[in-house]
Each structure stands twice: as structure tokens, then as C-alpha cells.
Design a protein around this ligand. Sequence first.
Ligand code: 0RA
Length: 641
Amino acid sequence: MAYDDNQSKHDGSDYDSASIEVLEGLDGVRMRPAMYIGSIDEHGLHHLVYEVVDNAIDEAMAGYCSNIEVILREDGSVEVKDDGRGIPTDPHSVLKVSALEVVMTKLHAGGKFKKDAYKVSGGLHGVGVSVVNALSLWLEVFVDRGQKRYMQRYERGKPVAPVSVVGGSPSGSRGTAVRFMPDPKIFTTTEFKFTTLSTRLREMAFLNSGLRIGLTETSTSKKEEFFFEGGLVSFIKWLDKNRTPIHSEPISLSGQKEGTSLELAMEWTDGYVENIHSYANNINTIDGGTHMSGLKSALTRVLNDYGKKEDVLKKDEILSGEDVREGLTCVISVKIPEPQFEGQTKTKLGNSEVKGYVETIVSEGLKEYLEEHPREAEKIILKSRQAAQAREAARKARELTRRKGLLESSGLPGKLADCQSKDPAISELYLVEGDSAGGSAKQGRDRAFQAILPLRGKILNVEKARLDKILSNNEIRSMITALGCGIGDEYDQKQLRYHKIIIMTDADVDGAHIRTLLLTFFYRYMSDIVLGGFLFVAQPPLYKLKKGKQEFYCFTDRRKDELVAELGQGVYVQRYKGLGEMNPEQLWETTMDPDSRTLVKVTVEDAILADEMFTILMGDQVQPRKEFIEEHALEVTELDV
Ligand code: 0RA
């Protein structure tokens, strides 16, 4: 074995025999990949890259790494290079092979070696580079350390040779390069997407100011470089690039308490939606948690106190949490030694002590800002005050909705054809574009558990309207009443009447528009419905093919072309322009029958991308929308917002 090590003692003392108990082989990972990376689809695939990048970012958080380079190679492999300390290569005290081999081939070995800094752990993150190795057809790791360059190659997680020295490290530099080919036997797709990676890497660069992250795709020569000295302030400016702030510079706060550090940047815009992104140890906590609660209470309390003290608010005027967060864009990032992630997707921070820390740091910082910037402070309070007034008007509108509801015997909207079941777990609500399709759906459905609510005309764009206006919109009011769960801060999961809410629109441009408007509404005002996995999009067929007595439905252009070629001459092709062209039986068969339909679940994989998409698609500015649609012509119809 061409393997020799001359590193300092310190590197070797970071791990010892105690760690052996937790070291396991990788067979389990190949047997149950989803347990380790969430899924074996596109998301799981990209997770492999994030896993290696997260390790490099751990090095950056510990202060040892300032450059990360991600390269998509023409052969379909990915390379992640960093200038961190390099994975240790000296012989493991118990296993007697190179520590590098242990880190790459044993489960959970990585974390055990690293005691310092804030580890990315919990959830699906921090499972270790060995998981990436296990799920790769081949993987090559290069480590520059102690004046040498080491390398080892693995196939499906197994070393093909011991660690070897392949040269010297150039001018004593240190670092790790991991190059791998995802295993097509494991993944449903092995094609990495530049935009998916660039969104995530940009986010990482914002969260770790001073860290440079590069992304290159060799086949197209596409290249991006992310480096933000401004950290979260740059993040806020980027998030609000299509919005108009109401004060001059983003507010930036930071502080530390008992080993927890907090960074925050925020600004109020003239918009109406609340846009807070929270992170714990660089993990996007889309379900919020204790840092989010601490932030929200600090905002409400400090703005009320200041408003009263400076007479911007009258004695009896009280700003609610929703009022002060109207139009607010905020990024909060905490770093904690032992993060606890909760919830099904492990995206909610659970550490209870964090709430108090965040509340204190934000209260002090914001108070100071308001006192030093009285003109900005006034703008912010006046904006919240307007929100409060609109909220009052909205309350009246809502009461009207309730009272009107009471006059009709059931309290449900007249257009709703409800289902017989009262069990939300099995009940479905179809939101159907147009009265005629609504009619077919009502006749075709299984009334035992399927309810139909036809929506007429355009849905209001909630991105451009305040709550009072939103609540005076008939279609939106019917939806809220039918769902039964309330909206915004009043949302109550227990009252939700259907656990499948299915958007069913025509397969044309108008249909796509209505679908986007509905998605925007749910994402902005009932995000728990989206996060809870209750929102779906129906997939009506695009074509009906007929040959003799045989009929076929096609859901994609490709399938139609294939089938036309297969069936040959004399096949009759009908393009469905709208749902209304199908009779009730056809609609049931193709789109509503649980045994044969396809539903696409709407997920928020990436809150940053979702926010960008909705501000661009639904906001005021026309130019970015044009560019976005030209650039993403195909993706806009995709539902993974
Ligand atoms: C184990 C221990 C140390 C660093 C790493 C692993 C490490 C892993 C990866 C994966 C990609 N890049 C990486 N960089 C470092 C600590 C090393 C020390 O104490 O010197």
C-alpha cells in the first residue's frame, strides 16, 4: 500500500476506539436509499450533491474553508472540491485502515470525527459522505493534506484499492475533492439540473458570507459564482429584487447567546404578503419552529411599544402579528451546537431555549434601529397601521361571509356540491375551472366522498391585493367557506373539511394561469395546506385516440406520438382543449376515479424558488415576468413550487 502519513497528533486524536460502535457498513443504504436521502427521484439525486457540499460548508463554518467548486461533468458525474482541512487520512486507531476509507465506507463515521463547530445534523442532512458513496456507481476522492495527495476509488461503495498517495499537494495546500457518478440502478433519474443546484448554492453563499461557491456545467459552459460579503443583507436585496422596499436599507441584526448565534436581515416592502425564510445551521426550516416564534413575538411587541411611545399609534390601537409582518421580507439564520429538528420532514426547529434567545436579541436590535432611524420607523409603523385597518375591514367582510352563510341553511357556499362523508381524511374537494366542467364533474363524481366547487372566471391575484379585498372576492370566499379551516393566523387544521384539495383546470394557457393563481393563494394564505400535503393538481388527458372501437387517452404529447405511430393509419386524434369537452363518464374515468387517475401533489421543496416564482409571475413588474417565462417556459407548468 503506497500509503504513509505524517500528520500532526491532533488530527489523530479527534477520533478513538469509542467511535467503532456506531460504524456500520453501507449495504443498508443501498437496500433502503430513501431512508437516508428522502427519495430516489430528482430530489434524492440532488441531495447527493448537497450532502458533499454540506460537509464542505461544515468546514467553512469551522473557519477552515473559503472556496467550494461544483462541476457537472460531461459524462454525467459531479465533482465537489473544497479547500477545507481535507478528510483525515492517517490509520484509524481501531480499524487499522486509513481514516479516509472509514469516512467513505462506514455509516455515520464523518460526524464522529468532527467535534468542533456547528455540525449540520438531523433531518436528512448530515447523513455522511459515505451515503453518497454507497449510492454511486463509482466515486473517487482526492485529499490534499500533509504535503501529499491521497486518493481512493470505490465502486458501489466498495474500495477498489487501498488509499494511495498519488503525488504531492501543490504548495502544501489542503482540501477534498469528491467526484461521483450516481448509480442508475438506484435513481429514477441521474440528470443533475443546473438551476436546481444554483438556487441551493446561492442560498448557501448568502448564509455563509465570505464563502465563495462556484458552479460549472462543462457540456454547456454555463458558469455561476456566488460570493456575498453582505451575507443576509445581500440575500434580502436579492429576494426583493422584484419588490419595492418602503425604507432605504435592509435592517441587519446579529447576536450571540449561550453558544447560539443569530443573524437576521429584513425589510418592509409595499407588498402585502409576508415572506420570512428561516434557517437553523444552514437548513431551511420551512416549518419554522422556536427561532420563528421568538422572532414573531419580538416584532409584534417592539413595534407596538415603539408606536405607542412615539404617538404613531393611538392608545387603543393594537397591531397584530399579521399586521406588522405585512410586506415584510426577512431572513433569520441561527447556528446552534445541538439542533433538534422536528416534524415529518424534519424542517421545524425544536430547541425550546432558542425562542427566548432570539426574542431578546431581535427585541434589543430592532428597538435600537427604530430609535436611531425615526423616519424609517414611522414608515414601518404606518404601514402596519394600514394593515391593521384593512384587517378590521376584512374582519367585517368575513363576518358578512359568516352571516350570509348562516342565511343559507348549511352555511356552505351555494355552488358547492358537497360529499356525503363528513370524515376529512377520506373527503376530497375538486376546485374546477368553469361552470360547464363543474357540471360534468358533479355528474361524474362519486358523491360519497367527492365534493365539487366550480370556480367562475379569474381568481383574484392575492399577490397584489390586501386581505380585505381578497376576502371580498366571491370565488375566494366560497373556497374559504368550503374548506372550513380559516386563513392566515386564524388557520385551524382541525377544521379542514377535506384532506385532498384537487385543482382541476383546463390543459391550456388560461388553465395554467388559474392554477397559478390558486397555488399563489394557497401558498400565501394557507401555506399549511401545502406543507401538510393536502393540495393536489388533477391531470386531465390531452388527447383521445380512436381506432375502430378502441379508445385511448394520452396525458403527454410524447405518449400520443408513440401511440399514433403504433396504431398506424386511420387513427382519429382528438385534442381536448378543455375539461368541458369530456362527458361526465369520461371525466370520471380519466381524471377523478381514484383507481385510474393521476394526481400530482404540490410540495414546497424550495421556499426561495417558490417565492421568486410567485413574485415574478404575479407581481407588479412586467420585464422580469417576461424573462422568467421565456427562460422557464416549460417549468412554469411544473408543480414543484
Ligand atoms: C472528517 C473530519 C474532518 C473533516 C472531514 C471529515 C471533512 C469531510 C469532507 C467532505 C467533503 N469535504 C470535507 N472536508 C472535511 C476534520 C479534519 C481535521 O480535524 O483536520
